[in-house]
Design a protein around this ligand. Structure first.
Ligand code: HAM
Length: 420
């Protein structure tokens, strides 16, 4: 029979790498908790409408990239292409606005987009994101932006540039929209077919188009920052002041509009130059109208998401420790094998990581295996040890050996033996 391979754009994370992911996820959970964010887990699939209404049907994500199918009941469902829309749906549906505000939520999820796979771009990928509801102040924006900034700092990831912009509110965007339409109108026929079609529907999307021709046409496009109303301009100025005060470096990029439709006012991206074309490691912004868009009352919201595969490309994994057994118990003979299982049970229950032979291997092969696992200590149980009740435990690195009564081997003893 022919071999079945994983679908294009998906990746297995094998034990040789999964511990690095666990390290990253643990760091992320830890920092999220220090900022007062709690985890939310929403379904992998939602009614398609959640994304059509939430993310916007003129975006590439919704119009081209969604994994949408009919379930057996004839309903249209979609594997989530991103986390925000589902969290907003859940926030409204579960009345999380009744809890103390701001609501501070984070998630570690898989997302699905039917994109052309390349380095740092998959069809199933992992996101860490946060969503915060209830706070409208520029201080909220600065706090949210400081979170990924501190994550990169704590992970030792350097050479990441923070770009910020304001895309204004509905009021200032109406004028900007008209300015964009008149700018692009006489160049309409040179735009890519998608942008040509969306010129009157959603001209800001053209600024985010990846095609070379649209990019070159957009070079001199009007800048949203010239169209901000005084409230939005104030908000943006205060944000910049706060970031300056917090020592967070940034550049203002007036052409950042983000690929999703729900944003208003502050938008931002963290970009790395070290991982090729897919350099955006984190993106986010404010989305004050989205709860209403999904049928709820009005609550301001802001958040971001980062692509963990891209972070993994930047993470220096050399000092991340792979988990290893504290002790390997080698055994010679049937009696010793049973005893090794009993000792291991006792030690595992007390908190130690212990392995023992279940392959009926020779002593030499068992020790070779112990070596490969990287076990910190080992001991050999045979008839002699069982008769005397005394065994020699060896530290595999320092080669230090200690004789100990079998019944006295406990978690504390193992901890002392493995202390560096
Ligand atoms: P996004 O910019 O579409 O925003 O995605 C966020 C991040 O996910 C990107 O910066 C990138 O690192 C990663 N990413 C996106 N697509 C892929 C892919 N195909 N393969 C690998 N990584 C990818 C959002 O998803 C918004 N929900 C962010 C947000 C949260 N805004 C407010 N709250």
């Amino acid at each position: 029979m022919s071999l079945i391979t994983a679908p294009k754009g998906t990746a297995d994370i094998l034990p040789s790498d999964s511990y690095k992911w666990q390290y990253l996820e643990k760091k992320i959970r830890d920092i999220s908790a220090r900022y007062g964010f709690n985890e939310i887990r929403t379904p992998v699939f939602e009614h398609t409408e959640v994304f059509e209404r939430g993310v916007g049907d003129t975006t590439d994500v919704v119009s081209k990239e969604m994994y949408t199918f009919q379930d057996k009941g004839g309903r249209s469902v979609t594997l989530r292409p991103e986390g925000t829309a589902g969290v907003v749906r859940s926030f409204i549906e579960n009345g999380l606005f009744n809890e103390p505000m701001p609501a501070k939520l984070y998630y570690l999820i898989n997302c699905f987009r039917y994109e052309k796979p390349q380095k740092g771009r998959l069809r199933q990928f992992s996101q860490y994101g946060i969503e915060m509801f209830g706070a409208t102040s520029p201080a909220a924006d600065a706090m949210v932006i400081s979170l990924p900034y501190n994550i990169f700092r704590e992970l030792g990831i350097k050479d990441i540039e923070l770009k910020i912009n304001s895309i204004g509110c509905r009021k200032c965007r109406a004028d900007y929209r008209n300015a964009l339409i008149s700018y692009y109108e006489d160049k309409k026929d040179m735009l890519c077919p998608t942008c040509n079609e969306r010129l009157y529907k959603n001209p800001m999307r053209i600024l985010d188009c990846k095609s070379d021709i649209c990019k070159s046409i957009s070079v001199n496009a009007p800048k949203i920052l010239d169209y901000l109303c005084s409230d939005c301009a104030d908000h943006f100025n205060q944000l910049k002041e706060l970031l300056d005060g917090m020592g967070i470096g940034y550049t203002v990029d007036p052409y950042i509009v983000r690929g999703l439709d729900y944003y208003n006012r502050t938008v931002f991206e963290f970009i790395s130059s070290g991982i090729g074309a897919q350099g955006t490691v984190c993106g986010g912004g404010r989305y004050d109208g989205m709860t209403e868009q999904l049928g709820g009352a009005s609550y301001p919201g802001i958040g971001f998401a980062m692509g963990l595969e891209r972070i993994m490309l930047l993470l220096d994994c050399e000092n991340i420790k792979k988990p290893v057994p504290d002790l390997y118990i080698a055994s010679m003979g049937h009696r010793a094998q049973i005893e090794s299982a009993l000792i291991a049970q006792r030690l595992i229950r007390s908190g130690a990581a212990v392995e023992y032979d279940i392959m009926d291997r020779s002593l030499k092969a068992q020790m070779k295996y112990a070596d490969k696992t990287g076990a910190l200590c080992s001991m050999v149980l045979g008839d002699n040890e069982l008769d005397t009740g005394i065994v020699t435990v060896k530290n595999m690195r320092t080669k230090e050996q200690r004789q100990v009564k079998i019944k006295d081997i406990d978690f504390q003893f193992i901890t002392e033996m493995t202390k560096e």
